[in-house]
Design a protein around this ligand. Structure first.
Ligand SMILES: Cc1cc2nc3c(=O)[nH]c(=O)nc-3n(C[C@H](O)[C@H](O)[C@H](O)COP(=O)(O)OP(=O)(O)OC[C@H]3O[C@@H](n4cnc5c(N)ncnc54)[C@H](O)[C@@H]3O)c2cc1C
Length: 367
């Protein structure tokens, strides 16, 4: 039975849910408070890492589920959004051992490389003690993805309304009423709340068991090197030659090679944050590049800011209570799974089961 579904939030998560829900024949309206392509949340910019190698096998499975959906999105929207360049993980041998084991059990290729082999193949990158290469990885163009998802949803009948802020969500009868900043009251069978760093507001009031969400402003940089598009994506895991907690990630993009620290930025209020680059954070990345990225020599880094919304266990929140499905707590690593998370959201809206790892009210240790 076709349902009327309102989706609050038009970033990666809301747009993915809208695409998959409209593909299943539901009548979808997306309400997004800012304009198309805005840079106030978590889904803007030109690049995100796609990779299969995760220490936790269920994330590898999820990325494998996303892969054909990425290609389907490209076909439906006519936009190329995912480029496979391969990925290099490097750092402590035991970390790489675990990633290689997960890839092998999933039947996907992965190859150990020595630091010398890495330097030979990618002279711009200096690897730590040990390295692992897997080819099923690369970059997703973030801005183009959100546009492609909303276009594809629109072609299947979804209505996308920008400049509309949801101020209240109420459960009414068997469904829900969504109130907007212009005092419209929209009634639907189901609501998907996908408001990223703003989730502690609208989502917290309408469901129980939302874990504490830590909203931080992260500050990656681009080094505008000319061969950026030939770079693999890479993760330098902490613990061997690297002492930066959370490690360093990087990848090529049309803006240069992007590198960033994972989840170390200051806690912010998304409505009142100063987006001026933090010189100390910039210095840390510059110092990292001097030591580990000979390919950046002679280029100056350009900073940008973006929000992380992190749960204590760094697993997402994707669950339903009554007519309300919540997609939140993306913890800085959800982009690669986007279309698969949209499928999961559509299953939940239709009354199907979710994944216990992403459940509201779960009890899990803090990472
Ligand atoms: C610097 C950085 C690097 C990252 N790198 C990677 C990576 O390499 N690989 C990877 O897989 N992931 C990565 N991520 C994570 C990924 O980008 C995020 O998990 C994902 O974009 C989260 O999307 P979202 O839809 O939850 O949030 P958002 O993109 O913030 O979307 C939420 C939307 O809701 C809207 N909204 C808010 N309140 C309301 C309201 N009341 N009414 C209507 N609309 C509202 C906002 O305007 C916003 O557009 C990175 C994130 C950052 C910040």
């Amino acid at each position: 039975m076709a349902l009327d579904v309102l989706v609050a939030g038009g970033g990666l998560m809301g747009a993915s849910a809208a695409w998959r829900l409209s593909a299943r024949g539901h009548r979808v309206t997306v309400l997004e408070r800012f304009g198309p392509g805005h840079d106030r949340g978590s889904s803007h910019g030109t690049s995100r890492i796609f990779r299969l190698a995760y220490a936790e096998p269920s994330y590898t499975e999820l990325a494998l589920r996303a892969l054909p959906l990425w290609r389907q999105l490209e076909e439906e929207s006519g936009r190329a959004v995912l480029t496979l360049t391969g990925a290099v993980d490097h750092g402590p041998p035991e970390v790489l051992e675990r990633l290689a084991g997960v890839l092998a059990r999933a039947g996907r290729p992965g190859r150990r490389l020595s630091p010398g082999e890495v330097a030979e193949r990618w002279p711009g990158l200096r690897a730590d003690t040990a390295a692992l290469y897997h080819p099923d990885a690369g970059r997703v163009h973030a801005d183009d993805t959100v546009a492609a998802l909303l276009d594809a949803a629109g072609r299947r009948g979804a209505e996308v309304r920008h400049g509309v802020r949801v101020t209240e969500i109420r459960r009414t009868g068997g469904g829900a009423t969504v109130v907007t900043d212009t005092d419209e009251a929209l009634v639907a069978d189901a609501v998907v709340v996908a408001v990223g760093g703003w989730a502690p507001g609208p989502a917290a009031g309408v469901v129980n068991g939302l874990p504490p969400l830590r909203v931080t402003q992260e500050q990656p940089v681009h080094f505008p090197v000319p061969d950026a598009l030939e770079w693999p994506s890479f993760i330098h895991h902490p613990g061997a030659g690297l002492r930066l907690p959370g490690g360093v990630y990087g990848l090529g993009s049309v803006d240069g090679v992007k590198i960033g620290l994972h989840g170390v930025g200051p806690v912010v209020d998304p409505d009142h944050r100063d987006r001026t680059p933090d010189p100390a954070a910039l210095d840390r990345l510059r110092a990292y590049a001097e030591e580990w990225l000979p390919g950046m020599a002679g280029t100056g880094p350009e900073p940008l800011t973006c929000l992380y919304t992190t749960t204590p266990d760094e697993d997402f929140v994707i669950d339903r209570q009554g007519p309300v499905t919540v997609l939140a707590g993306c913890s800085g690593h959800a982009f690669k799974f986007g279309p698969a998370l949209g499928e999961l959201a559509a299953d939940l809206v239709e009354g199907g089961p979710g994944l216990p790892r992403f459940a509201l009210g779960r009890t899990a240790p803090t990472r």
